[in-house]
Write a protein that binds this ligand. Structure first.
Ligand code: ACO
Length: 317
């Protein structure tokens, strides 16, 4: 079985910082409520001239530059997003053009909401099995501020904008143990598309927060256990756990269920809120640039979100 390795990372965040107090000026909420219930203190919102493509481009350029990866080495570009600027061309095609990637590249967007980056890694692995000599660029990019209902305090305080990217290479000797799932559910979490039976729709995220919370604390520990068991290692042999950055209480629950110290669960959601498919690659880049990751360390990534979808992967840094 061919494993994969992340050889470099990058991220790009809008400059505009929106604090909990800023949100309290829009809806009936408070810094105290948001901090206690979620751990989020601030988030970034895109400026009018920024979008999913520009953020993805910034993150992708940073990943290519930090790894010294020439564009011709990229064989596929995958963008996980549910907030694309255009449906056609997809975001990945625009990256091909703007990054000067070769034209014989596979360029596709994938939408699995907050599990998108995990699904992207899985697809990357499949592509690398077929073409191990080139790399796959996997990007998560979202502008959730454009699909948030700013009159719904139950959702608008949670989300932020940003992008993260990783250059992924085939690594036959490295482990890559993966699990994922989907349970179709349009009640717990939904965001409309372009048209419905009544005509054009205007997409906004609608969520039953309690239901998604229950889903996350049930699914994520089981997915993580599954990949560690399949890899034949114990939870304590994992150096870092990196969960989708939605809520600090969800991550604390996961740590407790797995009987692992919370310190092994990286968190940066206080700064950026929930950036959906971008949250894991943004966090990975922060860990990487912060010197937290050393080659050979065992890393478990875990995502969950709309769909409902989930996924976990055990890999070596
Ligand atoms: N400020 C103040 N009060 C609020 C706010 C707010 N921003 N939002 C909700 N409340 C109120 C509710 O109205 C409710 O009041 P009531 O008791 O008078 O009815 C009370 O707070 C409790 O509401 P709950 O929804 O039960 O609060 P909970 O503790 O569950 O926290 C939250 C809500 C933060 C949304 C939590 O359920 C959560 O994190 N869920 C998971 C969300 C998630 O992880 N999503 C990831 C996927 S996102 C994706 O895929 C795009």
């Amino acid at each position: 079985m061919t494993g994969i390795k992340i050889i470099s990372t990058g991220s790009c965040l809008p400059r505009r910082v929106v604090t909990n107090d800023d949100m309290a000026a829009l809806v009936e909420t408070s810094d105290q409520w948001i901090t206690q219930r979620t751990g989020i203190r601030r988030r970034r919102f895109a400026a009018p001239e920024e979008d999913t493509v520009s953020l993805a481009l910034g993150a992708a350029r940073a990943a290519l530059e930090s790894g010294g990866v020439p564009p011709e080495k990229i064989g596929a570009v995958l963008v996980a997003t549910f907030t694309p600027s255009t449906l056609v061309p997809n975001t990945a095609c625009l990256l091909q053009q703007q990054l000067g990637l070769p034209q014989d590249v596979t360029a596709l967007d994938l939408n699995s909401a907050c599990s998108g980056f995990l699904y992207g890694l899985r697809v990357a692995r499949g592509l690398l099995c077929q073409e191990p000599d080139r790399y796959v660029l996997v990007v998560g990019s979202e502008v959730l501020s454009r699909v948030v209902d700013f009159t719904d305090r139950g959702t608008c305080v949670l989300f932020g904008d940003g992008a993260g990217a990783a250059v992924v290479a085939a690594a036959p000797e490295a482990p890559f143990v993966w699990t994922a799932g989907a349970r179709g559910d349009a009640q717990a979490l939904r965001c409309a598309g372009i048209t419905g039976s009544g005509g054009p729709l205007s997409p906004v995220v609608q969520m039953d927060g309690r239901e998604v919370f229950r889903f996350a604390v049930d699914t994520v520990p089981r997915a993580i256990r599954r990949v560690t068991e399949e890899a034949g290692i114990s939870g304590s042999q994992v150096d870092w756990y990196l969960c989708h950055q939605a809520n600090a209480r969800i991550i604390a629950h996961v740590a407790k269920t797995l009987a692992q110290p919370e310190e092994k669960f990286f968190m940066n959601l206080s700064e950026y809120g929930n950036t959906s498919a971008a949250s894991i690659p943004i966090a990975l880049d922060e860990m990487n640039r912060g010197g937290l990751l050393r080659r050979g360390q065992k890393l478990v990534l875990a995502g969950f979100g709309g769909g409902l979808t989930w996924g976990a992967a055990l890999m070596e840094w």
